[in-house]
Write a protein that binds this ligand. Sequence first.
Ligand SMILES: Nc1ncnc2c1ncn2[C@@H]1O[C@H](COP(=O)(O)OP(=O)(O)OP(=O)(O)O)[C@@H](O)[C@H]1O
Ligand SMILES: O=C(O)[C@H](O)COP(=O)(O)O
Length: 397
Amino acid sequence: MIRMLDDLDAEGAAIGVRVDINSPVDGDGGGLADDARLRAHVDTISELCERDARVALLAHQGRPGDEDFTDLEAHAHRLDTLLSASVKYCDSTFSADARDRIDSLEPGTAMLLENTRFYSEEYMSFDPERAAETYLVERLVPALDAYVNDAFATSHRRQPSIIGFPQRLPAYAGRVMEREIDVLGNISESPEPRVYVLGGAKVDDSIEVARSVLERGLADAVLTAGIVGNAFLLADGVSLGAASAAVVNERSHEAVKEAGELLDAFSHRIYLPRDVAIGRGEERIELDLDELPTDQPAMDIGARTVAAYAEILEDAGTAILNGPAGVFEDDRFETGTFELYGSATRAETSIVGGGDTASALRKLGILDGFDHVSTGGGAALRMLTGHTLVGIEALDQ
Ligand SMILES: Nc1ncnc2c1ncn2[C@@H]1O[C@H](COP(=O)(O)OP(=O)(O)OP(=O)(O)O)[C@@H](O)[C@H]1O
Ligand SMILES: O=C(O)[C@H](O)COP(=O)(O)O
């Protein structure tokens, strides 16, 4: 059974709370370019502070070697502004100083510990038992009374801060985690017909999702768009042109073959774009499939595809969407995503996963129309295929 915050005796307790505030950062100076993930955790942190807990926040930012691999000072300042309780910053994660500062936290206040991935163990994969023996867990456990996992978006990772602490401390799901489990953990119970829209650039991941939901009978229809749609068109023998084929092949060598296998097995449940949009100079030009190939890459789905997909989505019991329909960052190619996702909001229930997708919808101003916008990318995709996550399993004590 997974225990929730309601089960936690918070008053005066030192609570380690794992959050996922991994965010886009500004190139210069390491400021935050988007604080949506920080806002998502406000409920959990505020509630614990209001209940007089002493909150030690654990989080990562970026991956070692990447430009967004930064310290968490800016995150702490932003959380301090977002919350009515005070949030301090500690520039180490489990040093003696960090432990002393946890010990002297005032009830009703929080402190963000340094980027967990500054320590190499946190960027490795462990079994839960081994994760519980890492330095991070060993050193912090004596300073903590309980652990809360609110980092749904990282809970597919076998990392110590996710799966180690529940081996050693009473463990609870935070409010973000609770909401995500409620919606994504019961996907097979959601209203039918269930329609998955798979767009974006992660062709291999999306094909894997398509395979899984079709084989498990979770999907009544899979609508393809973005580079994923182009891979399916190529697999169906449509001659898109060398430029589009190169974009697909750059992403994956196996995609067209695997998409072809899925089409052989499930052709009646997989839907392909009927037209595409390309750029010529400043202009957007839509081409039907019989007007192809073209020397320009297909950057969006066209109006005929949007209309056909909208009919299916508006009748859906559940619409589950991941990945934009086109290169939404370019004004000429945002309409496919805007129209397609707009029609999905008219389904009985609409669920969106994927960080880029959420930021596309925020840019297009249609994010509020969805019933559930997951904080997770890879984690949400895994749940949407009917699997659980190691971090959630670890909470099941
Ligand atoms: N036809 C296309 N050609 C080139 N790029 C495309 C096309 N369609 C969509 N994209 C690109 O796909 C990217 C987003 O895809 P991605 O699969 O990463 O989304 P996501 O699942 O929401 O993200 P994440 O899982 O990282 O949170 C966007 O940058 C968009 O420009
Ligand atoms: O952004 C995410 O999907 C999560 O924060 C996990 O990050 P990771 O893919 O670097 O483990």
